[in-house]
Design a protein around this ligand. Structure first.
Ligand code: PLP
Length: 221
């Protein structure tokens, strides 16, 4: 005899449990992708993403997991051989840098302690020392899932400004967006990204990138 224990509740950082309301909303036939309601839905999602990230920037939606968003952020703004400074606070910050390395970027790790958030003073010191502007982007995770460390993004941007460095600030909010405050424009973030399967409580398989003005400019040059 099969014993049924009822609904299974996943107790991991993500994928999170998808609410019944969302599951029910998915039970609908395919629609025309060239006109009609899907266009309205897409526009609704785009403006919703701006609200979520708290940004007037350009949203992008990818049929990819968070790794795909990592890749999109890096490959659309940087060139082969560019150096990225990875602010270590757990496994995911390093993972993002490693993903960049695979595609030909140079990765430098600003060593951190997995029990602590990134130290903004250390960021400022490292960037001040980069007098030739070799570092093109700073990569940081708002909440580094594996360690639980959460980073003060506004303080990191202030450190970059204090150092007078113009690297792009890229933030992974995969484990944090929708769960805690994030102010992309007010904090001076150039690119932020997230996935569908955590704070947004929708099925895995989509990821989202929000690009600010400086990121768009980097893409165009
Ligand atoms: C902070 C963070 N970044 C990136 C990822 C990778 O996302 P994905 O598994 O969707 O590729 C995860 C996944 O757990 C994560 O928690």
């Amino acid at each position: 005899m099969t014993l049924r224990n009822g609904k299974e509740f996943l107790m991991i950082p993500g994928p999170t449990n998808v609410p019944d309301e969302v599951l029910r909303a998915m039970h609908r036939p395919a629609v025309d992708i060239y006109e009609g309601p899907l266009i309205e839905t897409t526009e609704f999602c785009m403006s919703g993403l701006r609200k979520l990230f708290r940004s007037e920037g350009q949203p992008y939606i990818y049929a990819a997991n968070g790794h795909g968003a990592w890749d999109a952020a890096l490959s659309n703004t940087l060139n082969g051989g560019d150096k990225v400074l990875v602010l270590e606070s757990g496994r995911f910050a390093l993972g993002w840098g490693e993903a960049g390395e695979i595609t030909g970027l140079e990765m430098e790790v600003l060593k951190g302690d997995w029990r602590l958030p990134v130290n903004p003073q250390a960021v400022e010191d490292r960037l001040r020392a980069d007098t030739s502007g070799e570092i093109k982007a700073v990569l940081v995770v708002q909440v580094d899932t594996a360690s639980g460390a959460w980073n003060d993004i506004a303080a990191i941007r202030e450190a970059m400004t204090a150092a007078g460095h113009d690297a792009l600030l890229m933030v992974d909010t995969i484990a944090s967006l929708g769960c805690m405050p994030f102010e992309m424009d007010a904090w001076g973030v150039d690119i932020a990204l997230t996935g569908s399967q955590k704070g947004l409580m929708t099925p895995p398989g989509l990821s989202f990138v929000l690009a600010g003005e400086r990121a768009i400019k980097a893409h165009e040059t």
